[in-house]
Design a protein around this ligand. Structure first.
Ligand SMILES: Nc1ncnc2c1ncn2[C@@H]1O[C@H](COP(=O)(O)OP(=O)(O)OP(=O)(O)O)[C@@H](O)[C@H]1O
Length: 386
């Protein structure tokens, strides 16, 4: 369903649950008083795609979502859904978007079924059609047995599923979700994450989802838009964002990052000169970058191997560093080491290894950290990258 303007997810019985549409955001800007909410946001979401806006608090995720929903009028820019320009369309029916917020906003005096039926009632659908659609959507979110309960008698996760059903029932072309799991405990959150993932794949809805939780973003999304200061820093699959971040900010935002900064040298094969040590680079990483360019080599913890000093059979020049274990911690199934490099002004490398079959090192042990140069990702730094 990807790459097309709109698509319909059809049930086995021939009825449609939702019709997905693409969303295009171009040059979105918004300032209130002296504060810049949106500096310049560009985003294209394909029909049926699950896109997450990920970022720290205040980076502009909610503002972007509210502008798409129509609750925030942009100072500049354009929002298109399918081939409709909706920039100035008021929020609500004409906008044709389902919205799920962190606080479920259910009507406390209505039952689950009545809550879900509400958007259809205000659209004056015939009673029989309302009944059928509510039944189908409740089945989809696995709430049929609780149809007659009031929200006060539901768990947080169940309430959020009601909110989800209510947003889906009128078959919106786009589903917007703002931190819908924010108020749930970890176990419920995990459960609902898998459910939202299953549901979205099943019905083929276009989803734009806001979270500051990187694990949630990675689990759910086809693509992630990493936001920073009212702009999108990088827009790619979660895997690309993790393995090939374009900036130091992106590298640091997702997961643990070991960043070794130095200057590029092509003199004796491509290498990064870091405090007098030449780290070997794969040719394709160095290609197109000039000699002396300031770069950072990103090594994720899981690509590093750590061994007691002297054990490494053939220390490979340019892809290992000697030093000392500063600290270690047990983190469930793995051990996390902090390693102080000998040659690099105290640069600390973090390494995480599976516990089983690993010789345990202790703080103060001399050790060697090594890697395969192909696992290096090189980031070119300029003035704006700290
Ligand atoms: N009504 C407003 N008036 C002035 N500034 C605002 C207003 N709403 C938001 N801001 C500011 O705009 C910036 C972006 O806010 P926004 O809520 O979009 O960020 P966010 O990434 O969703 O953050 P959070 O994760 O905390 O919800 C923040 O610096 C915020 O303080």
């Amino acid at each position: 369903m990807r790459g097309i303007t709109s698509a319909a997810a059809v049930q086995a019985d021939g009825t449609r649950v939702t019709k997905s549409a693409s969303v295009r955001v171009e040059g979105l800007k918004k300032a209130i008083g002296g504060a810049t909410l949106l500096a310049n946001v560009d985003l294209h979401v394909n029909a049926g795609e699950f896109v997450t806006l990920l970022g720290a608090s205040g980076s502009g995720k909610t503002s972007t979502l509210m502008a798409i929903a129509g609750f925030l009028t942009p100072d500049a820019g354009r929002i298109t859904v399918g081939d409709r320009d909706v920039t100035r369309v008021p929020p609500g029916r004409e906008r044709d978007m389902g919205i799920v917020f962190q606080n479920y906003a259910l009507f406390p005096h209505m039952t689950v079924a009545q809550n879900v039926a509400y958007p259809l009632k205000v659209r004056h659908l015939p009673r029989q059609q309302i009944k059928a659609r509510v039944a189908r959507v409740l089945e989809l979110v696995q709430l049929t047995p609780l149809a007659d309960r009031k929200p006060a008698w539901l768990s947080g996760g169940q309430q959020q599923r009601v909110a989800l059903a209510r947003a889906l029932v009128f078959e919106p072309s786009v589903l917007l979700m703002d931190e819908p799991m924010g108020a749930l405990d970890v176990r419920l959150k995990e459960e609902l994450q898998w459910e939202i993932r299953r549901l979205q794949r099943e019905i083929g809805a276009t989803v734009i989802y806001v979270t500051h939780d990187q694990h949630e973003a990675m689990l759910l999304s086809d693509r992630v838009a990493l936001m920073r200061d009212g702009r999108i820093e990088q827009y790619s699959t979660a895997q690309e964002l993790y393995q090939r971040p374009e900036t130091l900010f992106a590298a640091r935002f997702l997961g643990d990052s070991n960043l070794l900064k130095g200057r590029l040298s092509h003199t004796a094969g491509p290498a990064l000169e870091v405090a007098g040590t030449h780290l070997r680079l794969p040719a394709e990483q160095a290609d197109g970058k000039e000699d002396g360019a300031l770069c950072a080599a990103l090594l994720r913890p899981e690509v590093l191997a750590i061994q007691p000093a002297g054990l490494l059979e053939e220390p490979s020049p340019g892809c290992c560093i000697a030093g000392m274990v500063k600290d270690l911690a047990f983190v469930g199934q793995s051990i996390r080491y902090e390693f102080e490099c000998e040659l690099m002004d105290g640069t600390m490398l973090i390494q995480q290894v599976a516990r089983s079959g690993h010789t345990q090192l202790s703080p103060g042990s001399r050790a060697v950290v090594s890697w395969d140069p192909r696992d290096i990702h090189l980031i070119k730094m300029d003035g704006s990258h700290g």
